[in-house]
Design a protein around this ligand. Structure first.
Ligand SMILES: [Mg+2]
Length: 265
């Protein structure tokens, strides 16, 4: 099935914006889903077309995935000029040493460490794991009474600070100072690159967050110039839909040709 006339018109309009961020999910968008995720490979022509697009004036290309940065780089074979965002936004190829925290986030992390030191003193047996943007409170080695009490205390600590994102798990509570996710990561990247318009394609629930975040972007002009595409079936907040991975590649070919035409002469 060819791309719809509405989608083609949207691609033409998008290609004519001064500066573009063209971002895509990997698995299920650029690479067909396979039983063993380690066997995943980009669909024919996909990465080549995106590399051509990235070489055109005013275009930045990004891959945004739930995979670790390392897996994403290896499986996609993406060229060095692509921005790679891994682990749903907590890893970024431009910051291999880890994402820089804002001053507020660093301050919150210091407060968190102080309060967790008190918590550990009050609840012997708690183990605190350090992550770049947060701390994880583990109670696995504690008895069935002391463990849950320590988890309650950790959750209460999280609830006292609105800038902490508290994620409970089994015998574990994660307290993070940076809220992540594909949507936030993509909006941040667009802000940082100060592009006029953003394209995003994906096939899954986490991509729906990205579609919604781009639609609700505080930068209304950029939000109005977005182009979002759901790959495959399912309810979606995206503006358009393509049938499968090869159709997304066809869309990228069309976009590349349109961008080339728009930036020549
Ligand atoms: Mg996917």
């Amino acid at each position: 099935m060819p791309l719809s006339p509405d989608l083609l018109a949207a691609v033409e309009a998008f290609a004519a914006r001064p500066t573009l961020l063209v971002a895509s999910d990997f698995d299920g968008a650029l690479a067909p889903l396979v039983p063993d995720p380690r066997d995943s490979r980009p669909v024919e022509g996909g990465m080549e077309t995106l590399a051509e697009l990235a070489a055109l004036p005013g275009v930045e290309v990004a891959l945004v995935s739930g995979r670790s940065l390392r897996d994403l780089a290896e499986l996609s074979g993406a060229p060095a000029d692509f921005v790679l965002i891994g682990s749903h936004g907590t890893e970024d190829s431009r910051h291999p040493e880890g994402l820089a925290l804002t001053e507020d986030q660093q301050g919150m992390l210091a407060v968190l460490d102080e309060e967790l030191a008190d918590l550990v003193e009050e609840h012997p047996g708690v183990w605190v794991e350090e992550k770049p943007a947060g701390r994880v409170v583990h109670t696995r080695r504690m008895d069935p009474v002391a463990g849950p009490a320590a988890l309650d205390a950790a959750a209460a600590l999280g609830a006292r600070h609105t800038s902490l994102v508290s994620t409970p798990g089994k015998e574990v509570v994660e307290l993070a100072v940076a809220h992540v996710g594909k949507g936030a990561a993509l909006v941040d990247l667009a802000d940082e690159l100060a592009v006029d318009a953003v394209f995003y394609a994906g096939d899954d629930v986490t991509d729906e967050h990205a579609f919604a975040a781009l639609a609700a972007n505080d930068d209304e002009a950029r939000s109005a110039r977005r182009l979002t595409v759901r790959v495959g079936e399912g309810e979606t907040a995206a503006q358009f839909r393509v049938e499968d991975e090869p159709h997304l590649v066809e869309l990228f070919r069309t976009l590349t040709a349109a961008r080339r035409a728009a930036t020549q002469g």
